[in-house]
Design a protein around this ligand. Structure first.
Ligand code: F6R
Length: 265
């Protein structure tokens, strides 16, 4: 773990606080780029777990810069997205499929056959089998080398909403009302937001070798405090990360503002 990580007595996950999201994102991107570079040099593939949403956008921007300006190749990278709304067309502007191509995958040299994104177009009776195959595929590649996470105000990682268990694999589930309400603006009204999603499970995520969770802004401060200082509980799926031995939370001061080290100095 990075030697700049400050371990505060009440914090149960390694946490780094940067002055702003640009610096925090550059740190995360640099770490991911060096994992890819090392594996490229040894002719090994790198398996990356990708989040969508606003939080990782600058990480992707910086990884694109590594590709364009520093020659970092993603030809040996295999990607697995965390989640997709269900039902959802791949080409729909609201799909996470569209989002990740627009903001990352179309701007690097990843091979199309190495990209995996949960399929929101499947008939319902094929979803369970598909989810099992998604987990098996990750496992057959040796597991995720690096997983990038954001966090929802419901405490979700991926779309593992309250009630999710540490034993859950990839599956279809109902979205929490907080998640639906947070997505309503982007969908032009709450009634347009899908109520279900396919998500990689907590179990799948925790099998990643290295995990970075990025969170920026005061709207994440309350849930970040629970995830880092609270007890491990199904109510806050991100708290399961306390069980993982190479997870780093990377925050800006606003997202960190409710931590005891600031709130109760
Ligand atoms: C998205 C995902 C979600 C988001 C979370 C935060 O693939 O898995 O867990 O990371 O909802 O979203 P933003 O970053 O938009 O605040």
């Amino acid at each position: 773990m990075n030697d700049k990580v400050l371990v505060h007595p009440v914090e149960k996950v390694a946490t780094l606080i940067y002055d702003n999201k640009v610096e925090g994102s550059m740190f995360v991107a640099q770490n991911i780029a060096s994992v890819i570079q090392r594996n490229n040099e040894e002719n090994k593939h790198t398996v990356l777990g990708l989040a969508t949403g606003n939080s990782p956008l600058l990480v992707y921007k910086e990884l694109i810069r590594y590709h364009r300006e520093e020659g970092l190749s993603f030809k040996n990278v295999v990607t697995f997205n965390l989640d997709e709304y269900y039902p959802m067309g791949k080409k729909d502007d609201h799909s996470y499929n569209h989002f990740i191509f627009e903001n990352f995958l179309s701007q690097i040299d990843v091979r199309p056959e190495n990209v995996h994104i949960p399929d929101g177009e499947l008939p319902l009776n094929e979803v369970d089998r598909y989810c099992k195959d998604y987990d098996d595929k990750i496992e057959s590649l040796g597991g995720l080398d690096v997983q990038i996470l954001g966090i929802g105000r419901s405490g979700h990682i991926g779309f593992n909403e309250p009630g999710s268990k540490i034993t859950d694999g990839t599956r279809l589930l109902e979205l929490d009302s907080v998640t639906i309400s947070d997505a309503s603006e982007g969908f032009g009204g709450i009634s347009n937001v899908p109520t279900k999603a396919i998500t990689m499970g907590v179990k799948t995520i925790l099998q990643a070798k290295k995990i970075f969770l990025v969170a920026w802004g005061t709207e994440k401060a309350e849930v970040i405090q629970k995830a880092i200082e609270g007890s491990i509980s199904s109510e806050v799926s991100a708290s399961f990360l306390q069980n993982h031995d190479d997870t780093l939370f990377v925050l800006d001061p606003a997202a960190a503002s409710r931590l005891a080290r600031f709130a109760k100095p």
